[in-house]
Design a protein around this ligand. Sequence first.
Ligand SMILES: Cc1ncc(COP(=O)(O)O)c(C=O)c1O
Length: 381
Amino acid sequence: MIYLDYNATTPLRPEVLEAMLPYFQRHFGNPSSVHGAGRQAKQGVEEARERIAEFLHCRPAEILFTSGGTESNNLALTGMRHALRHKGQHIITTAIEHSSILEPLDALATEGATITKLPVNSEGRVNADDLVAALRPDTVLVSISLANHEIGTIQPIAELSRLTRARGVCFHVDAVQAAGKLPLDVTSLGVDLLSLSAHKISGPKGVGALYVRKGTTLSPLLRGGPQEREKRAGTENVAAIVGFGIAATLAARELERSIAHCCQLIQQLWNGIVQRIPGTFLNSPLHQRLPNTLNVGFSNAAGEGLMMGLDLAGIAVSTGSACAAGSLEPSHVLLALGRTAEEAKSALRFSVGKETTTQEIDRVLEVLPHVVERVRKAVES
Ligand SMILES: Cc1ncc(COP(=O)(O)O)c(C=O)c1O
């Protein structure tokens, strides 16, 4: 199989698996237990916390482990809303966020919060003036992703957070797709909260983290035991947390090489598509985009059909986010860029990674023109 769906998930690195294995057997203790077995598990969790803190350039005490990006986003939004209820009702986000941002905000709206969804330009970028105009005296939180999961657009987060925090409003960034693809530093980003997910950086599924700047008040989502400084109850997923820590260290170490590798592959892919297939258009921006992501529209073809045709040839790509896969609705991200429903439905997202090779891209460029032709013919007939 040729796997070009790294934005959905990434293969687990062997070094990560190896680090995790002892925590399923020998080091099986509960990190909350005070005996030796418990202390050993706790040490694994705390070492991983230090690794994630190093990854984000923050203090270990500012990291909370969660069950993944979805929980981190839910905790940030719902936790801040409940903690700041007395201060105001208004939350700002964008029209192109992941469902793990938009759905919890819809739920908060039913409980009395007011949500503003900022528009984006044709490249998926938020305008700072729109953000400033949307800020109100009762705004308590702004949540904007660093890089979009479908098209890869990078937002000017440092500027947006500076304008927001200057008005005393907290800023949350979903960095799930940016992690491992861009350098991350919470101080230069200037954010109060930041979400991560391990399985997007060659770590295990079902574990993530939320950075919470020291002094930020946050109500817990899960209540029970005193784990994670009473902000996230429940016995820690020790093996997964250990794997997450190793994955973050490796991702940071190899970041530059990985960016160069992905940029080259995406350039090869886009050049090949333009040369071989007429009637294509780019949904991703040319600049300020994730190095590994390319979203392309194929006029008069359905992305779903293209994706299935490629799958039959052993090539895995997606039509949008994995969470929306199988949905017949056009992508809300592409609609927000101003694409028509038909254009949006003709899109494919290619996302490459460390293990992708130029030979694999050559093979995709061999197969793709035939698949597009077949799907277009089916539409015509
Ligand atoms: C931008 C973004 N945020 C959050 C998530 C959810 O992360 P998880 O799969 O760890 O719940 C995803 C997953 O695709 C994502 O792309």
